[in-house]
Write a protein that binds this ligand. Structure first.
Ligand code: 5GP
Ligand code: MN
Length: 350
């Protein structure tokens, strides 16, 4: 299979790093965004295993915790969380030679850790696929057409001529990132290239059944009951606007002992109603109200989010926040939708 090919890569000077990667052992600090998802953890740990194989000493530091369905990732236990272990995290940062920033492109996305990373003197390397990057890194592999940051880590290995180092540990992490960010290979971002990459990972020993089971079949009974409650009681359907949305109160999060990661994917249920083109999940996280948006076709969820909720993201998957109460945020959402829904209906005709 011809896996080495020229990729369309808008901002890419990652090859300048080749002498470092192929040189003497160095310490690498790898970090990723707030509340890391499957791609954030998969790309970071995939890079971790790749750097280890090159003889380096990497460590992954996350701003905070992530869903327990990601605990199966190889060497997940080595990950340091800044929120619970700030001193260790800052020590690792102080002692590193290079800083990798994965799956985010604005230092504000890693909360307080972002200030420390910004102040750090070591060279920074950004690998990311989100829109509108901040220019903070000397080395970049940035492509908004990439389906996942894990795809970019794979591409980096290709460009470095290191694909022969691929093994089941690196592959399991990269597969997880690609699988979760493509909605199990169903979103429009799933290119033929992605399928070729996945074929290569499979040939490198990745057990895809184990990964899908770990991600999809590891729900606690309580989480499933929470989902049932939400779908029965909290899903609002506005057929005339081809929109559905869910609000969750802080009390409901407490009542169902909701853990980090438990609300992931809920917004997709709202989008799965026949005819629905735009969906939102609005959650009272106490410190702020967090909003997630999903859309179909060319409906710009990211524009809706940046115009109304200080957010952003991709065309079909975006997020934002509000410092108002849940009730006021819901009201603001409905007001914004009043302006936005002609665009939703219009996309239908296109
Ligand atoms: P999710 O709804 O899964 O939290 O996020 C979906 C997408 O929106 C992700 O690509 C994420 O990077 C982006 N996103 C989520 N929250 C925010 C936010 O507060 N600000 C910005 N700029 N992007 C966000
Ligand atoms: Mn991603």
């Amino acid at each position: 299979m011809n896996i080495v090919r020229s990729y369309l890569c808008p901002v890419n000077n990652i090859l300048d790093l080749k002498p470092v990667l192929h040189g003497p052992s160095k310490n690498f600090f790898i970090t990723t965004h707030h509340k890391p998802d499957g791609d954030a953890m998969g790309s970071s740990l995939g890079l971790y295993h790749y750097l280890k194989k090159l003889g380096h000493q990497p460590l992954v530091v996350t701003p905070n915790d992530y869903g327990s369905f990601l605990y199966f990732l190889p060497e997940e236990k080595s990950v340091v969380q800044y929120e619970t272990n700030p001193d260790t995290a800052l020590e690792i940062l102080k002692n590193c030679d290079y800083i990798f920033c994965l799956d985010f492109n604005r230092l504000s996305r890693i909360n307080e850790l972002g200030d420390a990373v910004r102040a750090a003197q070591q060279p920074k390397i950004m690998i990311d696929h989100h829109l509108e990057p901040e220019n903070f890194a000397q080395f970049q592999l940035h492509d908004t057409k990439a389906a996942a940051t894990a795809e970019l880590v794979f591409r980096m290995m290709v460009e470095m001529g290191d694909l022969h180092l691929m093994d089941s540990e690196i592959g399991t992490c990269l597969y997880t990132g690609i699988m979760t960010d493509t909605g199990s290979f169903r979103f429009a971002s799933t290119s033929a290239e992605i399928h070729r990459t996945i074929a290569f990972l499979k040939e490198s020993g990745v057990d895809h059944v184990k990964i899908h089971e770990a991600i999809n079949d590891s729900w606690s009974f309580r989480r499933l009951q929470f989902m049932g409650y939400i779908l029965s009681n909290k899903l609002k359907y506005l057929p005339e606007k081809k929109t559905a949305y869910i609000t969750i109160t802080a009390q409901e999060l407490l009542d169902y002992e909701v853990q980090t990661g438990d609300t992931e994917g809920l917004v997709n249920y709202a989008l799965s109603i026949e005819g629905v083109k735009f969906a939102a999940l609005i959650v009272d996280r106490t410190v702020m109200v967090k909003l997630s948006f999903r859309s179909k076709g060319k409906i710009p969820a990211n524009e809706f989010s940046s115009n109304n909720f200080q957010g952003g993201g991709h065309l079909n998957a975006a997020g934002g926040q509000s410092s108002d109460s849940l009730e006021v945020t819901e009201k603001r959402f409905l007001e914004a939708l009043e302006q936005f829904y002609p665009q939703i209906l219009n996309d239908e005709k296109a």
